[in-house]
Design a protein around this ligand. Structure first.
Ligand SMILES: Cc1ncc(COP(=O)(O)O)c(C=O)c1O
Length: 395
């Protein structure tokens, strides 16, 4: 059998394109902002993770340009050997102070941060316990580790307890890993209850704050600060590809744990360092998060308005409490029809189907940013109402 036969038989994208329902790899020909241009047409962007809108902030762009100019376009190697620049260390120190942990380590992507952290820490005799709805990078970090992986039902503390109770003592340790804010449905992990369970069973807790950094907590420190439990969360992970308007990721925790990861994480050691312009943008984004609370305030004003308007109209937005607001439609074909109608009206959203969400929960993922205007949101709401009636979602 030719290895490539499966590729030749793979018709799904072609068929979807022929039917006019292929939503992926849309070609955007403008900068990333609350409005984007596709094929020369302007659309309101409800599909990005640019929560604070910092991709267009002059200070963030200026710091990225400064780093590019001073350090060049690439570090041309791993931090371990030739790619460790002073701005990497400056960023790590600033982040540690910002999130309230002893130390941090930055990676070149958020995905790599989860791969590199979980696989470095979970050895042959250890167990990693994950929420069923955790991000793909957490699943893949578990696959890359030599330990055992066990899943519990989404945000279900009785299920987590059961898993922890039945985890055999293999002479190793246990780490529970959860998204802080779940990326598809925008709900928040119940960290205080999780901490109590972890303490009871002697497990460590790691929280992925990809969608919480810059968003939750008094200054955007993340989910732990939101609940006031930073000291009880062992490891906090974040990405720079969302609120930080950059690319990369970080893991924060006790200095000895971070130092262990620095010397034992293969995805960290055997990959090139975060690019200077990305580091510069992060330093700029931190300056903004520390001094300009108005971005987070604007974001939350928009989120509250949209959340209450969608619910008032009769859409099912699940248990979202954050700038990720799902419009849960259930049926996959209905999701594609709704997505297509929104695109034609001038609204960009992400259609999401299983396995990214559980079966029967296909949804439109909408997300908001500090730079969305009232007029843009009026436009979006009237498009949703019109299409909702047209497709029979609203009565
Ligand atoms: C919860 C979560 N963790 C990790 C990642 C990976 O981050 P990045 O895209 O910055 O590599 C993502 C990205 O979508 C995410 O949503």
């Amino acid at each position: 059998m030719d290895l490539f036969q499966k590729c030749r038989d793979y018709m799904e994208p072609t068929l979807a394109k022929q039917a006019g329902y292929y939503p992926y790899f849309q070609v955007i020909d403008s900068e990333s902002d609350s409005k984007v241009s596709i094929g020369g047409r302007d659309l309101v962007m409800l599909g990005s993770n640019n929560y604070l809108g910092l991709t267009t902030h002059p200070h963030v762009r200026e710091r990225a340009a400064w780093a590019l100019e001073k350090f060049g376009p690439s570090c041309t190697g791993s931090r371990l050997l030739n790619g460790n620049f002073n701005i990497h260390e400056e960023l790590e120190e600033r982040l540690a102070a910002f999130v309230g942990k002893e130390a941090t380590l930055v990676f070149s992507t958020g995905f790599q941060t989860n791969l590199g952290t979980i696989s470095a820490l979970i050895g042959r005799h250890d167990t990693v316990v994950i929420d069923k709805d955790d991000h793909a990078s957490i699943y893949d970090g578990c696959k890359l580790s030599y330990g055992k992986t066990v899943r519990y039902e989404h945000n279900d503390m009785a299920s987590l307890r059961k898993v922890l109770e039945s985890t055999p003592d293999n002479g190793g340790g246990v780490m529970v890993v959860t998204d802080g804010v779940f990326s598809m449905e925008g709900d928040i992990a119940p960290l205080p209850e999780m901490i109590a369970l972890c303490k009871e069973f002697g497990a460590r807790l790691m929280v992925d704050d990809a969608h919480a950094s810059g968003v939750l907590g008094p200054r955007g420190e993340g989910t732990s600060a939101h609940f006031g439990v930073t000291d009880d969360v062992d490891l906090m992970m974040g990405t720079f590809s969302k609120s930080f308007a950059s690319l990369g990721g970080f893991i924060a925790g006790d200095a000895d744990v971070i130092d262990y990861i620095r010397h034992n994480s293969r995805p960290f050691i055997f990959s090139a360092a975060m690019a200077p312009a990305s580091v510069g943008a992060c330093l700029g984004a931190l300056d903004v998060m520390e001094t300009e609370p108005e971005h987070r305030e604007n974001l939350w004003k928009t989120v509250q308005r949209m959340q209450s308007e969608y619910r008032r109209m009769g859409f099912d937005t699940g248990t979202s409490e954050t700038p990720v607001i799902p419009i849960i439609l259930g049926d996959e074909m209905l999701v594609y029809a709704f997505w297509r109608n929104l695109l034609d009206e001038g609204v960009f959203v992400n259609p999401v189907r299983p396995p990214a969400v559980p079966a029967g929960r296909a949804l439109l993922r909408t997300s908001y940013m500090a730079t969305h205007t009232e007029e843009q949101m009026d436009f979006v709401l009237s498009a949703f109402e019109k299409i909702g009636h047209k497709l029979g979602v609203l009565s």
